[in-house]
Design a protein around this ligand. Structure first.
Ligand code: GDP
Length: 453
């Protein structure tokens, strides 16, 4: 096994920079570039100790700083690790890294430290994936979810499910293979119940993927409504609420997002906002294919109505277009006398909120409505959620196999057939947590990481 090294801090000027070295020769290699003031070599120090001293290359002293020693298995990677902290100049850090490489280490690939942690059993694959999410977390909720995940919340949930399916499969095969033995027969109803419970767990996890994604990447949102209902005023109100700077997420192909606003943990990615301001005719605006396709892809539609006037034909046309979509009806101008029948609106939309965009009232109710609409209230990161496409694929495949097992049972097929599907489901769950993954999958997971992690 090679000893690897990389700069673990960002390639920028900062207070300190950390060069991480991991592998069987980490401490010996670090000794070649670091001399402690105490004179004790790092390779003779115990784990979890810090030494102050100087870094040097063949050409002389580079910098002074601190070296931390971690002893296998009690380190991030599970191997011997030295972390060398020098001054945070780009040149200094590179010079120390170069000295470490010259002393015998190889440059680490992106994510290779975390990959070693996974291969050494320090982390499951889903925990390792969560490390990438931790680094990328843009708000408190996403951070909370990533932390729970890194702590193994998803792994535990998957393991529980796998255990219960394994028990069932074991029972079934024993019973099929040794019919003459006195193994109590599983009652078909109880078997179907257990399978259905598994299906429920997987359905919950699959739903958590979308909700989790809303928190990480934001909610693709469209505001619609006829002219003068207050769409621009609402936009301005929302824009005024933007407190955190939200960065664009690389690799997400979406329509042009003109405004990204954040309401607490909710990040709304509002597109088509120019259309809101410029197009006078809502029927034309809503009738064109472009608007339709925006409605098709939107994850949330805020449909604005003027509360100070009864619903009219244009509103009804809009409501027709919105049928079956993720809509929250906003009765605006709540500061004026209410002339719109909220009941009439509630007959057509399952979520209706009264607010005043002008006065900025009703925002909290709107936030609650959004959370409820998108299932964010039900999201329990501590219980484990799916956070990558890879995890979702595995969960879907496990769900498909479980469903086949249930169908086979209901169709009165042999228990053999049920067992086969059950084992497929177990194998998909194994893959989800990295128990049985190909090298290609592992490499793909770690390619998302930065060098030095
Ligand atoms: P849009 O055409 O849907 O974008 O509507 P605007 O945002 O331009 O608003 C149209 C008119 O309604 C403007 O005069 C706004 O000041 C007014 N308006 C918008 N929201 C409210 C509100 O909550 N209360 C009151 N009283 N007037 C509002």
């Amino acid at each position: 096994m090679k000893t690897i090294a990389a700069i673990a801090t960002p390639p920028a000027v900062g207070g300190i920079a950390v060069i991480r070295v991991s592998g069987p020769c980490a401490l010996q290699i670090a000794d070649r570039v670091f001399t402690s003031v105490s004179g004790v070599p790092l390779s003779q120090r115990r784990g979890y100790t810090a030494s102050y001293g100087s870094f040097h290359s063949a050409d002389g002293i580079l910098d002074d700083g601190v070296a931390l020693v971690f002893r296998s298995p009690k380190s991030y990677t599970g191997e011997d690790v030295a972390e060398l902290s020098c001054h945070g100049g780009v040149y200094v850090a590179r010079a120390v890294l170069r000295a470490v490489l010259d002393a015998g280490a190889s440059l680490a690939d992106p994510g290779e430290f975390t990959k070693r942690a996974f291969l050494n059993g320090k982390l499951s694959l889903s925990q390792a994936e969560a490390v990438a999410d931790l680094i990328g977390a843009g708000n408190a909720q996403a951070l909370g979810a990533a932390r729970a995940q890194a702590g193994g919340a998803l792994s535990r949930r998957i393991q529980q499910l796998r255990e219960s399916l394994l028990n069932l499969a074991g029972h079934l095969s024993a019973w099929v293979d040794y019919p003459e033995e006195d193994i109590p027969q599983l009652e078909e109803g109880a078997l179907a119940d257990s399978l259905r419970q598994g299906l429920e767990v997987l359905d919950g996890l699959l739903a958590s993927f979308d909700t989790g994604r809303f928190l990480r990447e934001g909610i693709d949102t469209v505001i619609v409504g006829k002219p003068n209902v207050g769409k621009s005023t609402l936009m301005n109100l929302l824009a005024g609420c933007t407190r955190s700077i939200v960065t664009e997420i690389a690799g997400t192909t979406r329509d042009i997002v003109e405004d990204t606003v954040s309401l607490d943990e909710l990040i709304l990615r509002l597109s088509d906002t120019a259309g809101i301001r410029s197009t006078a005719d809502p029927v034309e605006r809503l009738g064109v294919e472009l608007a339709r396709s925006r409605l098709d892809t939107a994850e949330l539609i805020l449909a604005v109505f003027d509360g100070s006037a009864p619903l009219e034909q244009e509103d009804f046309q809009l409501l027709e277009l919105l049928e079956g979509r993720p809509v929250i009806g906003l009765v605006n101008k709540g500061d004026l006398e209410l002339r719109l029948s909220v009941k009439e609106l509630e007959d057509r939309l399952d979520s209706v909120t009264v607010l005043s965009a002008l006065e900025g009232e009703g925002l909290d109710t709107l936030k609650e409505a959004i959370r409820r609409k998108l299932g964010l209230l039900k999201l329990d990161p501590a219980g484990g959620i799916l956070s990558t496409e890879r995890q979702r694929e595995c969960a879907r495949s496990a769900r498909g196999s479980l469903w086949e097992a249930i169908s086979a049972l209901e169709a009165g097929m042999t228990l053999d057939a049920v067992t086969v599907s059950l084992e497929e489901a177990i194998s998909a769950l194994r893959e989800l947590d990295g128990d049985r993954v190909t090298e290609e999958v592992v490499n793909r997971v770690f390619s998302r990481f930065c060098v030095g992690k």
